[in-house]
Design a protein around this ligand. Sequence first.
Ligand code: ADP
Ligand code: ZN
Length: 601
Amino acid sequence: MMDPKLIVLKEYFGHSAFRAGQSDIVDCLLSGRDALCVMPTGAGKSICYQVPALLFDGITIVVSPLISLMKDQVTSLVQAGIPAAFFNSSLTAAQYAKALQNAANGKYKLIYVAPERLLTPEFLSLCRARRISMVAVDEAHCVSQWGQDFRPSYLKISEFITSLPARPVVGAFTATATQEVKQDILKLLGLQDPLSVTTGFDRPNLFFSVLQPSSKDEKLLALLHERREKSGIVYCATRNAVEEVCNLLNRNGFSATRYHAGLSDAERKANQEDFVFDRKTVMVATNAFGMGIDKSNVGYVIHYNMPKNMESYYQEAGRAGRDGEEADCVLLYGPKDVRTNQFLIENSEANPELTPEEQSILREKDQERLKQMTYYCKTQDCLRSFILKYFGETAANYCGKCSNCLTQYETVDITEDAQKILSCILRTGQRFGKKMICDILRGSKNERLLRLGLDSQTTYAIMKDCSEKRLRGIIDFLELQGYAVTEGAEYPVMKATAKSAEILRGNVNLCMKLPKQQKKETHAEESTVVNAALFTALKQLRNELAFREGVPAYMIFSNATLTDMSKKCPKTAEALLNVSGVGKVKLAKYGDKFLEVLRKF
Ligand code: ADP
Ligand code: ZN
């Protein structure tokens, strides 16, 4: 006999196999044992509690902090024929009363609830009257004050669980958890002897690249031009940058919308929907956008600015390619990004829940995280391996699928360049920043440089044939090797260290790896679709259905499903069921319409 969990997976979700880690968690929860599941965004956490929820007799309560996520998930479940509802502040009193009544009559298998609602009398009495089989805590790191988004209401979850007549099995789910945060989750949610599963953080379908273009705007336009057919997100560090970049894109004929905390709720909602429903193809946003948005067909995530830490970067970049299709994660790095982030850390609002000591520990941690983020942008080694190691995994040093692995480096003797740079720093009195040092060496005619008479320096223009990028690369290398330092927070200036004497005297030779040629920066527009005409026809049908039902297109079928469908080109209902992402409910709902199109090919 077939395993019931596999039957449920195929029948409701249309998948024919569990991904790594999923089946362990499902088995564990089904056996009544608590579980802590750490999986990166897009790895498929929801399945881990949705499948057991369908196999349990009673109701599963899903605690989630994000209203938009709840709505999205519940819509998806209902689409797949699973009775589910959400209880949060977006419901009117009348809707809430109706939903409570439905729940009391046993209409729902899954109930998504905001943490603030758990201990309210009406919700508690509902949960005491019905059998609660499981409590699934989404975004479980919110319980820890060391995490990124501490939510005091999460501390109420364990009280809720203990106040139930019979203890349900508890599952905790999160995408980022350091050792510290994991301990907090175990303790503060009161997990009992949980199975802890941390799955591979690798997302093999993502291509990572870091670029340091001389003009970010031009680079961005070029990148988007290559991806006109795709939908994607451009993240910026500030509201201003969002406004500017969004205008830039619209001026250049892209269909872009924007999202940041400075817009009204109504506009944010409208813009988000334009993007989710594919009415606009590019979303330009601050990090306020994306939490809880489960749009699976995001083909690229471009960071116009470097984020403040790797956790944020990987979470944001991870919003690309959730449907398993090849997708690009591009970070456009500029040295100014470091200063912007430093400023943001120094001026971040104090969390009123923390003591001043805790506050300063937190700030130190933020500085350290920023440093690691900067290393990611400067490393010449495999980017994927850097990410995986940062999250505590072992990884091969070569992935073959990131901009560093595909850039050929040559080892160059830079001793002479280093001597020129260091003597420029010393002869100008160690009172200028990196930009000015570069300008002097490259013989720039910038106004301030001329006003200060720096063009009469002996080191003026002695590296005029070196590109700014290469020169900065060498200076960064000298810093990393301890021959020079940048000092001063407000007006950073470059200084030579005592160690630099070895180089100036010519006692040591210095070599570094520099890029030879850029072979391929990102995925080209390579289509994995075998039959493009069929794919287009299927997509069109999907969009019509989505429009008619008022749901986002990917909720009918994901791009990955349409790709598989056009590859297999099934002609019968049975064959259609073999397509990844087609379950029984969707087959019954949409099968005939899709078969009609498929039979024409
Ligand atoms: P997370 O919550 O971990 O960010 P989701 O639960 O939203 O991830 O899943 C991300 C995507 O992966 C969804 O589009 C989902 O349909 C798909 N997915 C999940 N599990 C499987 C599976 N076993 N096989 C194929 N696709 C899957
Ligand atoms: Zn690599």
